[in-house]
Write a protein that binds this ligand. Structure first.
Ligand code: ADP
Length: 557
């Protein structure tokens, strides 16, 4: 790119040089013409003086007096012969006839004449003035001067000197001028509104418009960047962006935690420095080679799924995007669902097989008397009842599995609710000779009534079914400042410590036959746990074999 200063200096120099040359030539031409005119008038004046004197009979002898090197005097007779020549180096007799010379012709015909001729040397011009004397001879004064070309050649050194001088002056002026011109423009770079010259207004307006546009675009880009950053930062999944050398360009907090990194920052580090997991590194290598890849691996009792995909830009792979997901919970839930489905099928199959077996026996006439038919019908009824309880519990659980956003809630008097449960369970308690006791504070709680009823019913039902004859079930309600505690304790068989962690699992029973015998489905405590969780409460268990079990529920007020 050309510099303004250089360009300006060049222009100024060119203009100055052209001006100097034109001026020099103009002056030279004008000077030459003035000089020529002067020479013409000089020789005319001299010619007239000499002719006047010559006419007063001074004759040719007078001419030597005027002899000078400045000009030449020649006298020509009316035949064109030279009769006098002041330049003694010229042989007048050998000189050619001058009759045809224009100035001589004019003098002979009109009394006087003048002309100019370029000399044979070309370097000079001779000016002639001829005047006819009274005796008919013609006196001619001539003067040789430099030709216009010679004049030019003579002034060339002067012109060169002037050009050099002008060049120096131009360089100085150009540097000062450009500095002065450019300075305000340079200041515009700091503030575009500080317009240096009127001519720059459109330029400044365009720049300002572009600046505003760029600002808008930048804001937009920043906004998008912030959105993406916020998205990545808040992702539960670990996010990694790697370059082709497997160096980490971007990551989020989740990736940092999932990779269990001990370093303070993982940005800029190579993935090998962060993880030594063979499967994980292999998955990334696969993506580096241009193929999307996914793997599952376990580490520290946690399961992870990694998805690595190549990132392309302008048709060229630039790196790899990697998502790391902790699938421990998901895998657990999936396993539970699978187990649940298998358990449900099994649990449903058992009573149905019994029902089908008893019905088949009746059908084949294997059950003869009325007594037996009644007994078998009773068994079928019992199994069908078990089936119904099972189905009801399964439906309950599947409904509880769905997260209930707007749980229908009302204020419930807990004493009333517990007593209602006692009423429903009184028969069962009587059968086992178990006493049901209630004690506690007055407490009203905002909850889903039928759900909390089911919780207390299931806990009391268990406390009766797993009790000993003549045992007790005690329900206690404590109205704390922040929460309400409902405790259901029994004096029953208790739960061995190794089972205590698992009894809230679906279909988990300590003693399967006891549970079935007493009409249990293995789902009661799972339902209780779900309902308590949906009320943001907590449940704890204390139990000692052959002493009894206490289950405590805390519900927020
Ligand atoms: P079930 O229908 O079999 O009673 P639950 O889910 O209600 O199923 O209970 C799971 C298991 O926990 C029961 O089978 C039983 O072994 C044990 N259990 C529950 N409550 C008590 C209790 N109060 N005393 C002793 N064992 C209990």
């Amino acid at each position: 790119m050309k510099k303004l200063k250089t360009k300006l200096t060049h222009r100024l120099l060119t203009v100055a040089m052209v001006s100097v040359i034109i001026t020099a030539f103009a002056v030279a031409i004008a000077g030459w013409f003035t000089f020529s005119t002067q020479v013409n008038s000089d020789i005319k004046e001299i010619g007239q003086v000499i002719a006047t004197n010559y006419n007063q009979d001074y004759g040719l002898s007078l001419l030597d007096e005027y002899n000078t090197e400045e000009y030449r005097i020649t006298v020509i007779d009316d035949n064109g012969n030279i009769i006098y020549e002041s330049n003694k180096s010229l042989e007048k007799d050998s000189m050619e006839n001058h009759l045809n010379r224009p100035e001589i012709q004019d003098a002979l015909n009109h009394g006087a004449g003048s002309s100019q001729r370029i000399s044979s040397t070309l370097g000079s011009v001779t000016h002639y003035y001829a005047i006819r004397c009274n005796d008919g001879n013609v006196i001619r004064i001539s003067k040789e001067v430099d030709s216009i070309l010679n004049s030019f050649i003579e002034i060339i050194p002067v012109i060169i000197f002037i050009i050099l001088l002008v060049m120096i002056i131009c360089v100085l002026i150009a540097s000062r001028s450009t500095k002065r011109i450019v300075e305000p423009i340079e200041k515009m770079t700091e503030d575009i509104n500080n317009i240096a010259y009127e001519e720059l207004v459109p330029f400044a307006t365009t720049i300002e418009k572009q600046q505003n546009q760029i600002k808008k675009q930048m804001n937009k880009v920043q906004l998008e960047k912030d959105k993406v950053s916020a998205l990545i930062a808040n992702m539960n999944e670990g996010f990694l962006l790697l370059d082709m050398d497997k160096n980490i360009l971007t990551s989020n907090e989740s990736a940092y935690m999932l990779l269990n990194s001990t370093s303070s920052s993982i940005i800029g580090k190579n993935i090998i420095e962060i993880s030594r997991n063979f499967d994980f590194i292999n998955c990334i290598n696969e993506a580096i080679s241009g193929k999307s890849s996914t793997i599952k691996f376990t580490h520290n009792n946690n399961s992870f799924q990694v998805i690595a995909s190549p990132v392309f830009s302008n048709g060229k792979q630039q790196g790899v995007i990697c998502l790391i997901m902790n699938t421990t919970e998901k895998d657990k839930t999936e396993k539970m669902r699978r187990e649940f489905t298998a358990n449900v099928s099994h649990e449903l199959k058992t009573p149905l097989t019994s029902i089908s077996g008893f019905a088949e026996m009746i059908e084949n006439g294997m059950v003869q008397n009325d007594e037996d038919i009644k007994r078998f019908a009773g068994k079928i009824h019992k199994e069908a009842g078990r089936l119904i309880s099972l189905i009801i519990d399964i439906i309950d659980l599947s409904q509880l599995d769905e997260p209930q956003k707007n749980l229908e809630k009302q204020f419930v008097n807990l004493e009333e609710l517990v007593k209602e449960c006692f009423e429903s369970l009184q028969n069962s308690a009587n059968k086992r000779n178990v006493t049901l006791n209630y004690a506690g504070d007055y407490a009203k709680i905002l909850c889903n009534r039928s759900m909390i009823y089911e919780v207390i019913y299931n806990l009391c039902d268990n406390a009766i079914r797993y009790n000993k004859p003549d045992g007790e079930v005690n329900v206690n309600v404590i109205n704390n400042k922040d929460n309400i505690e409902i405790t259901v304790s029994d004096t029953g068989i208790g739960i061995p410590a190794k089972h205590q962690n698992r009894i809230f699992e679906r279909f988990y029973r300590v003693d399967k036959s006891h549970s079935k015998e007493t009409g249990g489905t293995g789902l009661g405590l799972a339902i209780v746990k779900h309902i308590v969780e949906q009320h943001q409460g907590s449940i704890t268990l204390e139990s000692e074999v052959n002493v009894g079990t206490t289950i405590k529920i805390q519900l927020l007020k």
